[in-house]
Design a protein around this ligand. Structure first.
Ligand SMILES: Cc1cc2nc3c(=O)[nH]c(=O)nc-3n(C[C@H](O)[C@H](O)[C@H](O)COP(=O)(O)O)c2cc1C
Length: 338
């Protein structure tokens, strides 16, 4: 039986050399609150490319200054960001990985000075600021900022764009009835709550024809929130709107107690993949090659997204290959010691 984890994967004319994806992870490492890439980012991302990860997705990168989660987040809200991102993409690709970027807006979970934005004026918890309810102008401007971010990502040479629609940030806040109490065309029915994401997708697609992913939180873990069945419907709409893959995460739209265990989000990916008939990525406590291979062999996801496992071990792919009895070529520099 071939080892699927190390088979190439083609998506919308881009070929990944294997199915291993570095999941987006904020590094909160910008200096001067300017959103600029610095040496930390070059080293951090390039070392995972050297470690033979197939696709590196650069962390949640803010489409507006107000859309940062923290002042140290990476930014893509200005043309000044393109130069550093171009160098980063070049370094990632020089080591054989494809480069992706997650474009994001933090919504009511921004921990910043000044106004923060959300579909409705409901704070995340009692310690956080009450956001301003977005006007139609705020909505239109934010949708446009996603398009401009995509244009800059294209200029920087990224292969893949992922829209951050998960974890209780702005897009997730529009989708969930817990955080969206609007009475206009952006609130009420699920179709109306999807409208903001639909507009972001359509706007991004005016400038981007490469692979386009969306990360979702497929379960709010609260009875009044969304569940994986709702996300099957949303995934069908996203497929119609031209999304190529759904990266399936969960939670964080509102405080909720959940228990996590190895592969706890895999069933959500499996359900969306089967019932909406769209490629998915699975993420969450996937730590071994055998676990990753089981998910792929049983068609429960198309790509394996790894976060903390790759923080601990940039050479995770090499170790997973050993575990699965599969040979992968070492980078030239390591051929004596791989
Ligand atoms: C330090 C850190 C930063 C993260 N930042 C992001 C982010 O920028 N965007 C995102 O969608 N998820 C983010 N996540 C979530 C991860 O991408 C991933 O979904 C989660 O950690 C579960 O995967 P794991 O069990 O492999 O770590 C972050 C996680 C960590 C540990």
């Amino acid at each position: 039986m071939t080892v699927k984890l190390f088979e190439p994967y083609e998506i919308n004319n881009i070929t990944l050399k294997n199915r291993i994806v570095m999941s987006p992870m904020c590094m909160y490492s910008c200096h001067n609150e300017d959103g600029m890439v610095n040496d930390w980012h070059y080293t951090h991302y390039t070392s995972r490319a050297v470690g033979q990860v197939g696709l590196i997705i650069v962390e949640a990168t803010a489409v507006t200054p107000q859309g940062r989660i923290s002042p140290q987040d990476l930014g893509i809200w200005s043309d000044d960001h393109v130069e550093g991102l171009t160098k980063l993409v070049g370094m990632i690709k020089a080591h054989g990985a494809k480069a992706g970027i997650q474009i994001a807006h933090a919504g009511r979970k921004a921990e910043l000075k000044g106004d923060i934005l959300a579909p409705s004026a409901i704070p995340f918890n009692e310690k956080m600021k009450t956001p301003k309810e977005m006007s139609i102008t705020d909505i239109k401007e934010t949708v446009e900022s996603f398009r401009k971010a995509a244009e800059r990502a294209k200029k920087a040479g990224f292969d893949i764009i992922e829209i951050h629609g998960a974890h209780g940030y702005l897009i997730n806040e529009f989708l969930s009835p817990i955080t969206n109490h609007r009475t206009d065309e952006y609130g009420g029915s699920m179709e109306n709550r999807y409208r903001f994401l639909k507009e972001v997708i359509n706007e991004v697609k005016t400038v981007w024809n490469g692979p386009l992913f969306v990360r979702v939180s497929a379960n709010d873990y609260l009875s009044e929130g969304l569940d994986p069945s709702d996300y099957v419907t949303i995934a069908k709409w996203m497929k119609e709107d031209g999304i190529h893959l759904i990266d399936v995460s969960s939670g964080a739209v509102a405080p909720a107690k959940i228990s996590t265990y190895p592969g706890y989000q895999v069933p959500f990916s499996e359900k969306i993949k089967r019932e909406a008939d769209i490629p998915t990525g699975s993420v969450g406590l996937i730590t071994t090659g055998i676990q990753a291979e089981e998910i792929l062999q049983n068609n429960r996801a198309d790509l394996i997204f790894l976060a903390r496992a790759l923080l601990r071990d940039p050479y995770w792919p090499r170790n997973a290959a050993k575990e699965l009895g599969h040979e992968i070529e070492a980078p030239v520099q390591y051929q004596r010691g791989w």
